[in-house]
Design a protein. Structure first.
Ligand code: 13P
Length: 289
């Protein structure tokens, strides 16, 4: 299918109380693994790239590959730019066929942040593209973005309400104790805060960043309390690296990328399927028609 704006299937997932898995990809093999896995689960899926990946691979290459690969499958697929602080990059993504964008201007003072998000919403909605933004600050490391524990800040429910209403965004990323990258101990999610946010922000889907390494039971509880989009990056990178290391351990003279990247693709696909099943969205694609 052609790429779609994800809001319709995210709202459907919200109504059903299930999740939509959003996977960060880096190359052709991870794109194929996500789409093959999602198709085998018959689930709508979001493919996302950080600005760092766009710098590495080129927006044109990522957009062309995702569009071409998505056409092979009968499931709704959205292409999203994750944590993008540049208005110019957002324009380029939309021009290249991205169907969803995350504007991350959380470093700005609140009023300026709101203005920047409003500007992106105006542009994106004109182009039929969805907008995600974050209130609060999710800690951890992603690409060259590093938010240490002291700067991470949990989302305040009243601010979440004001922010989503005054910006007109389509989905809201909240900080409730997750962080990007793997955790040292077990992450403790503030479920009461999540419920309070859901209570005051009822109409748009909520997004959980930093889902890698969060125990399955916590993901299920988060879905029950109103999270819809679950962002997974690190948990795809690790099996990919492990599969490549294993291929070289078995055959140190390996030189055919099709062998080690093929093994990596299979390993990533298995995790994609597991995460979709955890989100309980297997089979949801048939309801999106
Ligand atoms: P993880 O790397 O922890 O899975 O975080 C992914 C994410 O939130 C992407 O924005």
């Amino acid at each position: 299918m052609a790429l779609v704006n994800p809001i319709k299937f995210m709202k459907l997932a919200q109504e059903r109380g299930v999740g939509i898995a959003a996977f960060n990809v880096h190359n052709m093999e991870t794109i194929q693994a996500v789409l093959q896995g999602a198709s085998e689960e018959n689930a709508p899926v979001i493919i996302q790239t950080t600005p760092g990946t766009l710098k590495h691979a080129g927006i044109h290459n990522i957009a062309a590959m995702v569009k071409a690969e998505a056409k092979l499958y009968d499931i709704p697929v959205a292409l999203h730019v994750d944590h993008c602080s540049s208005y110019e990059t957002i324009i380029k993504c939309i021009q290249s066929g991205y169907t969803s964008v995350m504007i991350d201007s959380a470093e700005l003072p609140y009023e300026e942040n709101v203005k920047m998000v409003q500007k992106v919403v105006e542009l994106a909605h004109f182009a039929g593209v969805a907008v995600e933004a974050e209130i609060g600050r999710i800690g951890g490391v992603e690409d060259d973005m590093f938010i240490n524990e002291a700067d991470a800040a949990f989302t305040i429910p009243s601010e979440a309400k004001d922010f989503s209403e005054s910006t007109g965004i389509d989905s809201l990323a909240i900080a409730i104790g997750t962080a990007h990258g793997m955790y040292k101990g077990e992450p403790k999610l503030d479920f009461n805060r999540l419920s309070e946010i859901r209570e005051v922000v009822q109409d748009i889907p909520l997004v959980l960043h930093g889902a890698s390494g969060v125990p399955d039971e916590s993901i299920k509880e988060a879905l029950k309390r109103g999270i819809v989009k679950i962002n997974i990056a690190t948990e795809l990178k690790l099996p990919m690296a492990e599969a490549i290391k294993e291929a070289f351990a078995k055959n140190p003279n390996e030189s055919d990328p099709r062998n080690y990247m093929g093994a990596a693709r299979l390993a990533v696909k298995e995790v994609v399927k597991e995460k979709i099943r955890l989100c309980n969205s297997s089979g949801l694609a048939k309801e999106c028609k």
